[in-house]
Design a protein around this ligand. Structure first.
Ligand code: FRU
Length: 378
């Protein structure tokens, strides 16, 4: 089975949970202090591994006490980190101090990274070469501001080595990128590349002055179109905006070669709060959980399709309104039209919202107690 590769940061989070956000210059008791592995990419892996997906983490690791702790924890969750560059004890691994307010679940993060070396494209090309890249069906990049030029080059290298696919992935490995932190450079860099899927975080959307998720995906889509100097985006990207407690939304672009134009559909999903718990306790890593669950869900559709699984055939038959005979005879050659893709992405968004909601009602990112029926995404 081909793997999912997640590229980005792993750090530790030193967490203090309090019932109210502390006042400056006071001395009070808190509810708990604990340490957990963090960093967006590393958090994506934590969730993917609990959803039963075989995933690999690629990012710089240290050998100081923080690095040792991270490596041990990745191992414990069976997250493959064999290709990570390892730096000796003289380098300080990154860490964050986080205050979680358990009354409303907010998380306040102060990140510290005293110049820990970042992953380079030269290293990436050496480890994930033209041959081994075929072992991955999906490569996800955390769009880190600090390492933008190298990430840009790694995506270009992956794009050059992508192969066309006849599944719901137009190309393989499928490429996604996260644009989360406020920056003037991330989106202008990534929007010029034929990336298949963009995850736009609320912090970035707010920084750009967008007031909701629909506006976010629409404006960003038109920016891409204008910049391409073409009338259509022929790689049909998906743009997803997440907006915390308000849910998420996806824009699916579709290029039409007859009219040389691009159209799009927007799918909005309200949040689905986890089970009976309706109060968020801890939102640290909820966005990372969303991304991991979306990847899991879309990837599962693709795997079922690859395997001509009866579940997939039934789904495609219902979605395309085909008669049973046509669906079963023509198997994967059945065209997946835009409307079917819209249905698939809607299921994936609902699923990702559900898992992110489950995470918010739970302290930490491990032992999420995902109901067995939910480990499969449809
Ligand atoms: C949450 C998180 C934390 C980490 C911080 C880094 O999304 O990944 O685990 O400390 O963001 O910015």
């Amino acid at each position: 089975m081909r793997k999912i590769l997640i590229i980005g940061l792993s750090n530790i989070d030193i967490i203090t949970s309090c019932t109210t956000y502390p006042q400056e210059d006071t001395d009070e008791k808190c509810e708990g202090i604990y340490i957990q592995r963090g960093g967006n990419a590393s958090n994506n892996c934590t969730i993917l591994s609990q959803l039963g997906k075989s995933c690999e983490f690629l990012g710089s690791l240290g050998q100081d006490w923080i690095g040792t702790l991270i490596a041990k924890d990745l191992d414990q969750l069976h997250i493959d980190s064999k290709n990570c560059p390892i730096y000796d004890q003289t380098y300080n691994s990154p860490s964050s101090v986080v205050i979680i307010n358990t009354t409303d679940g907010t998380r306040t993060i102060r990140h510290y990274n005293p110049g820990f070396p970042e992953l380079t494209c030269a290293y990436f090309e050496n480890k994930i070469n033209k041959k081994t890249i075929a072992n991955y069906s999906w490569i996800h990049f955390e769009g880190r501001r600090k390492n933008l030029d190298e990430i840009f080059k790694m995506i270009c290298y992956t794009l050059i080595n992508q192969k066309p696919s006849s599944t719901i992935f137009p190309f393989t490995p499928f490429i996604s990128v996260e644009v989360e932190k406020p920056s003037d450079l991330t989106w202008p860099h990534f929007s010029t590349l034929n990336i298949n899927l963009y995850f736009i975080g609320k912090d970035y959307a707010k920084y750009r002055g967008f007031s909701n998720m629909n506006e976010t995906v629409t404006i960003l889509y038109h920016e891409m179109l204008n910049k391409s100097l073409k009338t259509m985006l022929d790689h049909d990207p998906i743009i997803i905006s997440t907006w915390g407690e308000l849910g998420s939304c996806a824009l699916l672009s579709t290029s039409q070669s007859d009219t040389l134009s691009s159209h799009y559909s927007i799918i909005e999903c309200p949040p689905i709060h986890a089970l009976s718990v309706n109060k968020p306790l801890d939102t640290l890593g909820a966005g990372d959980a969303f991304i991991a669950a979306f990847i899991h869900s879309l990837h599962s559709f693709e795997e079922l399709q690859q395997n001509d699984d009866p579940k997939w055939l039934k789904f495609i038959q219902d979605a395309n309104n085909l008669s049973e005979r046509i669906a079963y005879d023509s198997k994967t050659t059945v065209q997946i039209n835009h409307n079917t893709k819209v249905k698939i992405v809607k299921i994936c968004l609902d699923y990702a919202n559900y898992i992110a909601g489950l995470k918010c009602a739970h302290i930490g990112l491990t032992n999420l107690n995902i109901p067995i029926s939910f480990k499969q995404s449809f």
